[in-house]
Design a binder for this molecule. Structure first.
Ligand code: HPA
Length: 272
């Protein structure tokens, strides 16, 4: 596998002509940041050795390399989800490649359902911590000792300095942020009312189908992680909620809120 990570990284560096230092993963409907990258070089996943092609609506399936916030970055427009049927090794493959590109910081975004009853649709939430509710930990299997430890400490998975920077940037720009715990589970079903309630009782503030596997693998290799959720729908306490949630709605809310997130990510990158 290590050879595969290296070969893919070598291909990307050869196409881009440089090594990026910041990695970005853009969630559903959150691809707008990719258009802000200057001097972009776009590589379609299908053209990158060892990358699978992404299948989800609203996920473009492109790697974009260029300049953002004064740094060399690589952004994934569209990610690989466990619910697409990929094994965890595939879901997290790009993050392993990021390490071999020389990435030191990873910024991850996602669309998520709000569990915290104080949240509103369109809120941005800093991910302080997560709960891995996927049935499989991405580090199960042989450990790559040269990349990270067998039993990684998870007490500071989301980097405190990056969180503090974003809080400062948000305050300076009058952006209101929520904070909370993200629980990641497989999907593709959204939660039943009973499941939303269970997740709320677990202490989670937002729920989604991504991020946790990628962050575990990045953290394993010592990459500093920052995560942000856009709250696209709110679970209620009602046993039979009045409204249903559609994928279109999730994408629309994400798209509307995305410029704020892009601004925060760009300024965070500058501050690194
Ligand atoms: N649940 C899981 N994933 C999601 C949701 C949700 O309510 N909204 C957007 N992604």
């Amino acid at each position: 596998m290590i050879e595969k990570f290296k070969n893919t990284a070598d291909f990307i560096v050869q196409k881009a002509g440089f090594n990026p230092e910041v990695g970005i993963i853009l969630g559903s409907g959150l691809g707008g940041l990719a258009d802000k990258i200057e001097n972009p070089i776009a590589l379609e996943y299908k053209d990158i050795p060892n990358f699978p092609a992404s299948t989800v609506e609203g996920h473009d399936g492109k790697l974009i390399l260029g300049d953002l916030g004064g740094k060399k970055v690589v952004a994934m427009k569209g990610r690989f989800h466990f619910y697409e049927g990929y094994p965890m090794e595939t879901v997290t493959f790009p993050v392993r490649v990021f390490k071999f590109l020389g990435i030191k910081h990873l910024l991850v975004s996602n669309a998520a359902g709000g569990l915290n009853l104080n949240f509103r649709v369109g809120d941005l939430m800093i991910i302080r911590d997560h709960i891995n509710f996927f049935p499989r930990n991405p580090l199960i299997g042989r450990n790559y000792d040269e990349l990270g430890p067998r039993f990684p400490d998870m007490s500071k998975t989301y980097n405190p300095e990056m969180i503090a920077s974003v809080e400062k940037i948000a305050e300076e720009n009058d952006i209101n942020l929520q904070n909370g715990v993200y629980i990641g589970s497989t999907g593709p079903t959204l939660e039943t009312p009973a499941e939303y309630k269970m997740f709320r009782m677990y202490g989670a503030d937002a729920t989604g189908m991504s991020t946790v596997p990628e962050v575990i693998v990045a953290h394993h290799m010592g990459i500093k992680c920052f995560g942000m959720s856009i709250i696209t729908n709110i679970s209620t306490e009602a046993e039979v909620p009045e409204e249903e949630t559609t994928h279109d709605e999730v994408q629309n809310v994400a798209g509307d809120t995305e410029p704020k997130m892009t601004m925060l990510f760009t300024k965070l990158i500058t501050s690194l």
